[in-house]
Design a protein around this ligand. Sequence first.
Ligand code: HEC
Ligand code: HEC
Ligand code: HEC
Length: 450
Amino acid sequence: MKTALRILGVLVVLVVLAALAFIYVPVKTTPPNEDLASDWKPELGRGEYVMRAGDCMACHTAEGGSPLAGGRGIASPMGTIWSSNITPDKETGIGNWTLDQFRAAMVDGVVNGKHLYPAMPYENYRFMSESDIRALYSYLMNDVKPVKNEVQATELDFPFNLRFGIRAWNWLALTGDSAFKPMDGNEQQIRGQYLVEGAGHCAACHSPRSALMAQDGTRLGDANFLTGGELDGWNVSALRGSNSSIENWSTADLAAYLATGRNVHSIANGEMALAVEHSLQYLNDQDLNAIAIFLKSMDGQPIQDAPKQVAAPGPHAMPPRPANEAGLATAKLLTAASPDMPLGARLYLDNCAGCHFVTGKGASEIFPELQGNAMVLGKDPSPLVSTILNGTSVPSTSRRPMHLVMQGYSDRLSDEEVATLASFVRSAWGNKAGEVTPDQVAKVRSANQH
Ligand code: HEC
Ligand code: HEC
Ligand code: HEC
């Protein structure tokens, strides 16, 4: 009995020692991945450009708050995580930070030995080059106005309040080293890959999540990289594979979508609209084309040429877009408008056809195409239902200043009607997606009443 107790005692001591080592042994940070001279200076404007490519503004600016002064709540399954003040204010921002400290935050998610929550996308930023990180650091320190703003502390419930636990999470979640591994491709593809994997952090939303809530696929070569994710219960489209809608888009369509949130096929809503508004619209045509070319060729497809100018300015003739073969039967049904047509078709004709047309083809850059549309076909119909109930809008961008709005139908259509209409749209023009139930509609309706 005594021996058993002694062994137990030793074990407890060992576990405590291991835990202390885990908590107190200094965290190693990653050294720079490029050798730059100490007097190296970024070209004028580069740091701001990297800030835009990384979309720091969206997360680090509170609603109505000063740019980059933090205090925006980021919802996570563990609770709200408040973004930090990254203006160069010496007391409440990063004004006293060295370049090494800044790199550690960006690449390792570590601030003075303390781990950041991965709501800050260091899982992706760690692939950024030293020169981009230095340009960004120089911009934040010298060109951003210091703003005194004490940000609300993040207080998650036990055990998520124990930040040292993130260290173990990082060991499991950050697979492989942080070196950027260029694909076997041309300069343009590699530039696109670099922007997508690194600053653009597309995988944060477009890759699925593992059981640990880590991004399952952060770079090319990872099986699930950009195969579609989920965000606040909404599906995020796949950007590769034969089931992705963009498989049928041209590189020009894709680059235009990134630059303006709209193209001949689709319109960016929700988080993607924000990414376009705050980040992607600021990228130059070369980089937008590079991203489009990379995405369209990453699985070995032949490279399609991209136009020199992305989303070239109008005037846009709007050629009629007749129904294609898959859409013909639905277009005929709607055109005939027989009094005994099914309820879903009638609801569509009464409420939607004026803009999206009986062909489901809409009008380029204004009324999105509903045939083959990723939101319409989503596994989870909530975004589609939400669009019908609440409407949606597309921001104004410099290349396409017109702000587009679709009104909502929550006052006009019952849960049963929305379900029938949504089921119709999901099966019209050759679309093949599951039926929507009134219960699913009721859920979306009540979630939006809070
Ligand atoms: C998706 C949201 C998101 C984006 C995009 C984002 N951040 Fe963050 N960042 C956060 C959150 C949330 C925190 C706080 C994390 C915590 O408290 O653990 C944070 C923390 C930081 C910190 C640590 C500051 C401190 O005082 O501890 C730095 C530095 C930082 N971010 C820089 C950047 C830069 C530079 C960019 C753009 C390249 C960027 N972030 C983009 C969400 C984001
Ligand atoms: C903060 C989350 C988030 C980030 C970051 C993000 N996306 Fe998206 N993206 C979305 C969501 C959500 C949608 C679906 C939008 C909709 O339903 O209209 C989407 C849609 C898209 C689409 C349209 C797909 C289709 O089939 O209609 C493309 C293309 C796209 N994103 C590309 C990118 C690229 C490239 C990046 C990185 C530069 C990126 N996204 C970063 C959330 C994000
Ligand atoms: C007055 C014109 C108009 C009417 C009527 C209309 N829409 Fe829209 N719809 C738009 C515009 C403009 C957009 C683009 C705005 C946006 O997505 O933010 C849009 C967007 C959409 C989208 C999002 C597509 C995407 O690519 O993200 C869906 C789905 C949709 N409409 C379905 C419907 C349905 C179903 C109806 C009938 C209940 C309907 N619309 C009625 C103008 C209209």
